[in-house]
Design a protein. Sequence first.
Length: 276
Amino acid sequence: MADERETEPSAAPHRARRPPPPFRPLVVRARTAVTPRLVRVRLGGDALAGFGPADPAASVRLLLPEAGARGALVVPRWTGNEFLLPDGRRPTLRTLTLRRFDADALELVVEIVVHGSGAAARWASEAEPGDRVALSGPAAGFRPAADAAHYVLAGDETALPAVSTLLEVIPADKAVTVVIELARPDGEAPLPVRPGWVVHWPVVSPGAAPGDAVVAALRRVPLDPGTWVWVAGEAAAMQRVRRLLFGERGLPRARGTVRGYWKHGRAASADPADLG
């Protein structure tokens, strides 16, 4: 988000951005561990009436309570350029993949990788039933190319929720290769795969940079003319993936989507980055 700065009267005003969807107040219904690092949180409430539908890998913007303020939640206002709290501070917002939405139960699911000390990781580790949050969305997702003969879905653990939603809509008779880079060998999570689909779980070597295992695996995956590729993970690693796919390997840009979800070494970006 842009910084709020004072300007001289003659300076051009900020160009107003399109307002995001309003926040919907929700409560935590349950929190469960999918893997030692991946936490699933179910959120629900009457405010979800009319929510969705959402494309696969769609994102939602989650408003989190301040640290230590489990029972209190202040909804920010849209200034035309950003969200601000009444005292002028920026709220704690994180953009996450929508894993599942149940219109009948008025409930949705998000999954969060608990790594580092970011706000989303802290919240996912501590959330209890009844805790209050608010949610805005959904934002646009992705539809796999209908004419693809081979789908390649890859990333680190932060990509697991999006990869799962994409796998659920790919026809069972298509060829699919999945590559998920793990920080630890015990990080494998259940995926909605069909017989014949191939899943690789490379583990990051000690001292290696995030994304090294994904890049190495993508060098070996066949990219035939009918291949469609979706990759997400650490931002610098995704730059390397773009150079590999679109440069070295000649994948047409229209046949690939590469998204940076988080930035290594930045405490403020210890959670997945803005996806919307």
